[in-house]
Design a protein around this ligand. Structure first.
Ligand code: NAD
Ligand code: MG
Length: 364
């Protein structure tokens, strides 16, 4: 069974195809732009697992299909690695029509998308996301880019793919920790936009953890639909798109405070959602039962529900300091994504005293 989500952005619209085995089928790519060449950009972990089947599926359409293996890891999402993509393109005689295929998680997707946005001022690209996080989040919405030593995702472009292919079979080889991290981004869509989806997640969390294909198909489809809906109303992040950062303000503080890579992004988001829900409770927006429900769901997804201690002397102070540095803050005021009522998010500030209370309660 194939699910398709249409991303509606005028002349930059594109489909997201969701099905087990989809990257192996030539038909999946039947509407991709024709070219003399295609370049599959992947990494040293994913390419040995999946590049050959994708290459075979593309071989009827593109006379030349090459594979480029990047090193694996967020630390390689930088200028140097980007340059190796341009090197490979130029050395193989790529032209303005060459199509790039990003095969991997969000790191590969973000870098390949940015390479496509800038090579010869823009060549077509296709996302073949192979982590749950990249299927439900990073491959939707057109943000591409690399890190700078002074900040994550600081250099980049908005650039939409021609097609996104979510092959659910690729999730079979994903490490359990990465699966859970992806589930954090799935769970977030419930409280901010769709409580029926939260009900569904509660009923199907065991199936998702067991990587049941039907359950994954629904979770990926609904997540993409909700993100697409938000993004199509606010492509360049004026305002509404900020609600997708539910749990991220506290989560980023944990990631940065612990040192990047100690907690996975999704793990920070898991604990961060609990903290944001606790803050919503203290502001009188939601009740205790809602916070408990969310906490239980996050826990069942194998995610932490408590924040980390970042500073034994003034833990809350350290969180506040880090959150003020977050790029989503404005003039030092922290903009929290809170739950206004279950299924609806609101972006607002909160008194430091309440934020401190939440941190003290949630980090033990
Ligand atoms: P990732 O790309 O680092 O992948 C996680 C790990 O899983 C890597 O080691 C990878 O090699 C491995 N892997 C990938 N697919 C696999 C598979 N099928 N089987 C086995 N191993 C596999 O991490 P991620 O969580 O996918 O993405 C995180 C990145 O996405 C960050 O750089 C973040 O900034 C970015 N991101 C971008 C957006 C956006 O809107 N563009 C949104 C969210 C996150
Ligand atoms: Mg995120």
């Amino acid at each position: 069974m194939t699910e398709t989500v249409h991303i509606d952005l005028g002349d930059r619209s594109y489909p997201i195809v969701i099905a087990g085995g989809s990257m192996s089928l030539a038909d999946t790519f039947a509407a991709c732009p024709k070219a003399a060449q295609a370049l599959i950009v992947s990494n040293e972990t994913v390419a040995p697992l999946y590049a050959e089947r994708l290459q075979r599926a593309l071989s009827g359409r593109y006379p030349q299909v090459q594979v480029l293996q990047l090193p694996d890891g967020e630390v390689h999402k930088n200028w140097h690695t980007l340059q190796t993509i341009f090197d490979a393109l130029l050395e193989s005689g790529a032209d303005r029509k060459t199509v790039l295929f990003a095969l991997g998680g969000g790191v590969v997707g973000d870098m390949t998308g940015f390479a496509a946005a800038s090579f010869m001022r823009g060549v077509p690209f296709v996302q073949v996301p192979t982590t749950l996080l990249s299927q439900v989040d990073s491959s939707v919405g057109g943000k591409t880019g690399i890190n700078h030593p002074l900040g994550k995702n600081m250099i980049g472009a908005f650039y939409q793919p021609q097609l996104v292919v979510c092959d659910l079979d690729s999730l079979d080889t994903l490490p359990a920790r990465e699966l859970s991290a992806g589930l954090a981004e799935v769970i977030k869509y419930g409280p901010i936009a769709d409580m029926a989806f939260m009900d569904w997640l509660e009923a199907n969390m065991d199936a998702l953890m067991a990587r049941d294909k039907q359950a994954l198909a629904h979770a990926v489809r609904r997540s993409c639909e909700i993100k697409a809906d938000v993004v199509s109303k606010d492509e360049k992040e004026a305002d509404l798109r900020a609600i997708l950062n539910f749990g991220h303000t506290f989560g980023h503080a944990i990631e940065a405070g612990m040192g990047y890579g100690v907690w996975l992004h999704g793990e920070g988001v898991g604990a961060g959602m609990v903290m944001a829900a606790e803050l919503s409770l203290r502001l009188g927006l939601v009740d205790w039962a809602f916070v408990q429900r969310l906490r239980a769901l996050i826990e069942r997804a194998g995610l932490p529900v408590q924040g980390a201690i970042l500073d034994a002397h003034d833990n809350a102070g350290r969180y506040l300091q880090l959150m003020r540095l977050d790029k989503k803050s404005q003039a030092g005021a922290i903009r929290f994504v809170l739950i206004d009522s279950p299924g609806k998010a609101v972006v607002r500030e909160a008194p430091d005293a309440l934020v401190r209370e939440v941190i003290d309660t949630c980090c033990a």
